[in-house]
Unconditional design. Structure first.
Length: 127
């Protein structure tokens, strides 16, 4: 059995990342959900093949999971650090200014800049 500190990390990770992502996906499937992801999923379920539906859902769920991980860091629930290739260490909750999740998910953010896979920017038309 891991030590209590590892168990604490596991509990935060599962509850604030995994469970939050599942809950968000479940909310997107509710009939009254009207946000962009919910609309995209409803349209896909109605008009697409099962393979096409899954192809649409996969990046949304991955992005939601990454968002919740970064949000847990932003909120100080996961006090993580990162050591860059140049040896510089950054404390993600503080050096990230509580903005990691926004920098990831925002229009023109990290997904758009660095991903080599499909990205759907639901806010691209907003100025």
């Amino acid at each position: 059995m891991p030590n209590p500190e590892i168990e604490e990390f596991a509990k935060i990770l599962v509850q604030h990342v995994r469970d939050a992502t599942i809950q968000s996906g479940d909310r997107s499937l509710k009939a009254n959900a009207m946000h962009a992801i919910a609309k995209r999923w409803k349209e896909a379920i109605t008009n697409k093949s099962p393979e096409q539906v899954v192809s649409i859902v996969i990046p949304d769920v991955v992005d939601e999971a990454v968002f919740h991980l970064l949000l847990a860091i932003d909120q100080g629930l996961l006090k993580l650090s990162f050591t860059a290739s140049n040896g510089q260490k950054v404390e993600l909750p503080t050096d990230g200014l509580g903005e990691l999740s926004g920098w990831y998910a925002g229009s023109g953010g990290w997904r758009a800049l660095y991903s080599k896979e499909r990205v759907i920017d639901d806010f691209a038309d907003l100025k």
